[in-house]
Design a protein around this ligand. Structure first.
Ligand code: NAD
Length: 368
């Protein structure tokens, strides 16, 4: 039986609270015969307190060695004054950089039971399941020159540079097409070839990769501004959306809000495929932060963290049946009316973080 090596980095604030619920699920899957080997280490403020850095070299080595990293959240007011290079977020940035995580995956799933929590109409979002694939390490956030210069007339001029190479576009396109094959087989590529040279190249390369390697997947090109509009108008027309760093930043936040709460949003960041094993380095984390305002009080919604574990099952380990089972258990628990405070209707009773985790384990038992 294959053993899947997971590194757990709970981090700070509500990070350890929501990770505890994932550990319950790992325990349940293990009992059922799925081979998980887990290690746990410190990251963020917790690592700073213990080692004076946001992630130790030993923890980094473990991350490099793992099949997937599960990351909770980092940061909090306690560490506001620490040196810049040791601030809690530096741990996450080092992980992203050293693991070469260039593809950011953010699903927007709207469980029918939560459709009323969205700001859009129920029929627009109910049952929504789309995936935004954002290029994470290139584009205008990193391109040089990137500066503010003072001109002779005393005015200032700011410059950011949007740069993409063929290789960068090819590898993110492959991630999107691969994902689509595991979903509903459609990719929408968003750029602005009408006004940007990088958009022209983006469109050309995505078309090329599609024709050469993924002709079985449906491909459409959509202008990024129209994509934003369509996401709000009729989001269910999409399956996988692939786009650059800047547009992805914006479009994934729009898609996120279709689903209601920050406590519901998982994410994955993937690296390059190993040419020998075909395995990708990967880090899975909730979109939310360490929520110091509710930490330690059993109020945190663990579903974003649990959903991130579900993504690891599906995308790192190929455990599709297990991932589907977990999705069904989450949907059932929500349909039964169990809610943490962030997703409970005003005045309704809310359950604690651990109660929601326990209910999912119980539901898994019932469904399996
Ligand atoms: P946040 O995501 O931690 O919290 C924003 C709001 O959403 C808060 O009111 C919080 O209580 C609520 N919330 C977040 N997650 C929730 C959950 N699972 N269940 C219920 N409610 C939830 O963002 P913030 O307040 O801007 O930042 C707090 C700290 O987290 C800061 O130190 C920030 O730097 C850090 N942060 C870390 C990450 C990360 O680790 N990836 C991401 C964002 C922010």
């Amino acid at each position: 039986m294959a053993t899947h090596k997971l590194l757990l980095l709970p981090g700070d604030g509500i990070g350890p609270e929501v990770m505890r619920e994932v550990e319950k699920l790992i325990g349940w899957f293990r009992k059922r015969g799925t081979g998980f080997e887990t290690e746990t280490d410190l990251v963020g403020g917790a690592a700073y307190d213990a080692h004076g850095v946001a992630i130790s070299d030993a923890a980094m080595a473990r991350a490099m060695n793992a099949d997937a990293v599960l990351f909770g959240a980092v940061g909090g007011p306690k560490w506001d004054g620490v040196p810049y290079e040791a601030r809690p977020e530096a741990g996450l940035l080092r992980l992203r950089k050293d693991l070469g995580l260039f593809a950011n995956l953010r699903p927007a799933i709207c469980y029918p039971a939560l459709a009323d929590a969205s700001s859009l109409k129920r029929e627009v979002v109910e049952g929504l399941d789309i995936m935004i694939v954002r290029e994470l390490t290139g584009g205008v956030y990193f391109g040089e020159p990137k500066e503010i210069v003072t001109l002779e007339n005393g005015q200032q001029r700011a410059i950011d540079t949007q740069i993409y190479t063929t290789g960068e576009i090819e590898r993110i396109a492959r991630v999107a097409f691969d994902l689509a094959r595991k979903r509903r087989n459609k990719v929408s590529s968003a750029e602005k070839h009408n006004v940007m040279r990088s958009g022209v190249l983006w469109r050309k390369v995505v078309t090329q990769v599609h024709g050469d390697e993924f002709a079985d997947v449906q491909l459409e090109h959509v202008l990024a501004d129209n994509c934003g509009m369509q996401l709000v108008r009729w989001p269910k027309q999409f399956d996988v959306i692939v786009t650059d760093n800047l547009f992805g930043d914006i479009l994934s936040d729009i898609a996120a809000m279709l689903t209601g709460s920050l406590g519901m949003l998982p994410s994955a960041s993937l690296g390059a495929e190993d040419s020998q094993t075909g395995h990708r380095r990967a880090l899975y984390e909730p979109v939310h932060g360490s929520a110091p305002d509710i930490a330690g009080r059993g109020l945190a919604n663990p579903l974003a963290m649990i959903g991130s574990f579900g993504m690891a099952l599906r995308y790192s380990f190929g455990l599709i049946e297990e991932a589907d089972l977990l999705e069904r258990a989450i949907a059932q628990v929500l349909a039964a009316g169990l809610r943490t405070k962030d997703i409970a209707p005003a005045g309704a009773n809310a359950v604690a973080t651990s109660d929601l985790g326990d209910a999912i384990v119980k539901e898994l038992e019932t469904l399996s």
